[in-house]
Design a protein around this ligand. Structure first.
Ligand code: ADP
Length: 388
């Protein structure tokens, strides 16, 4: 028995109603930009909208009567559509909101979002199908473009990472050789070099040392992802304490006051979060105003599904125009003579936070201290212990 899923076409109650119904139907078929079609039991078009006819390059919808999908589409697509319609006729089950890929004999591809229903006569018997399709080719193309762009971006990020990792490894060896031989020259020939010669060698040694520092930095940057540990539930309080222990000498030397609020548990990589606190607090100590006692405050606040951590200092501050730049690799606002460093610290912080699914940013005014913020996802609720 055929299952009825939609009511039979309503019988018009009188001639006027009939005319009104026909006018309504004509209005729909002539103006709606979607493709509407009625087909018989053999999937031959009985009637269709103007937009549907035009989609096939046919000016008058009457010329579509008797036409099949095989007259327009590729054999492959026409067969698929035919099989779908025959199944609807057999089972009475409609197809609702499916995305159809249409292929054409000239190789073109178009996409439609389609609903196909069984067409019933007044007695409820299935006599064909009818359907409505909306052209979604442009939307599909831009989806595809976005997908391709994301894939390309992912590829280029991966390539960049591989490059950073390989370059830093491969550069080590020749650099070691340069440094080694420079050392030999100093040891064996220093006495024989005049003042200029000694100065040149000193420059070369300094250059080699700087390069070594940069290579190490590049390595640690690429290791954020290549050697990152899987996340676990961590007590950020303990990470902060360890970071402060590592910074003890610098804190004491600067006579700094470091305070903090209660730190939460979060999901993360212990070593990386420790290093994150260390870099940000270390910067707070380093970029202090000469003559001032550095004051650093670490805060943590829950906002929706994340923790927002803040590291506030009373140091030299940052001009807002550099807010983005400082998070780039080897980007610095000062010379080495003013403040030691290579400019990798904040880039590592950014990569670390992003690996944890968070964001990092800074708020500051020149001369008025800076606050660096980063977010971490809130730890998921753990099953509570129940007492029997
Ligand atoms: P580095 O300290 O080696 O230069 P970073 O990546 O940690 O590298 O910092 C980049 C730049 O951002 C620094 O050169 C400095 O100009 C600025 N900066 C970072 N932290 C602070 C801070 N707490 N106060 C003021 N400026 C800062």
């Amino acid at each position: 028995m055929i299952k009825r899923t939609n009511p039979p076409l309503p019988a018009a109650s009188g001639a006027e109603d009939l005319i009104r119904d026909r006018n309504l139907l004509r209005t729909i078929l002539e103006t709606i930009p979607d493709h509407i079609y009625f087909k018989d039991i053999d999937s031959r078009t009985v009637r269709c909208s103007l937009a549907h006819a035009k989609f096939f390059g046919v000016e008058d919808p009457k010329d579509m009567v008797g036409k099949k999908d095989f007259d327009f589409f590729s054999e492959e697509h026409a067969r698929q559509a035919f099989e779908d319609e025959q199944r609807i006729i057999r089972t009475g089950e409609p197809l609702i909101g499916i995305e159809e890929k249409e292929t054409w004999p000239d190789g073109r591809v178009t996409w439609v979002s389609t609903t196909k229903m069984p067409l019933r006569d007044e007695k409820g018997e299935i006599v064909g199908t009818f359907g409505i399709s909306r052209d979604i080719t442009r939307q599909k193309e831009s989806d595809l473009e976005a997908k391709n762009l994301t894939a390309a971006l992912k590829r280029s990020n991966q390539e960049l990472e591989e490059f950073a990792s390989v370059a830093s490894h491969d550069l080590q060896e020749p650099l070691r050789m340069i440094s080694g031989y420079l050392k030999l020259i100093v040891q064996r020939y220093q006495d024989r070099l005049d003042q200029d010669g000694q100065e040149f060698i000193a420059f070369a040694v300094d250059g080699a040392q700087r390069m070594q520092a940069m290579i190490n930095d590049l390595l640690s940057y690429s290791r954020v992802t290549t050697q990152g540990k899987t996340f676990s539930l961590i007590e950020t309080e303990a990470m902060l304490q360890r970071a402060l222990l590592n910074l003890k000498v610098a804190v004491d030397e600067a006579g700094a006051r470091v305070t903090h609020e209660a730190m939460p548990a979060a999901m993360g990589d212990e070593r990386q979060i420790e290093r994150l606190f260390q870099n940000l607090i270390g910067n707070g100590l380093k970029y202090r105003r000469p003559g001032d006692v550095p004051e650093i405050h670490v805060s943590a606040q829950k906002k929706d599904s994340e923790w927002v951590f803040g590291i506030r200092d009373n140091g030299i501050g940052i001009d807002p125009k550099y807010f983005d730049r400082i998070f780039g690799i080897f980007q610095r606002l000062h010379t080495r003579e003013q403040y030691a460093g290579t400019g990798i610290g904040l880039a590592v912080c950014k990569k670390t936070v992003e690996r944890h699914g968070g964001r990092i940013w800074v708020e500051s005014e020149e001369g008025k201290g800076a606050t660096f913020y980063f977010t971490l996802p809130v730890a998921p609720d753990l099953p509570k212990k129940t007492t029997p």
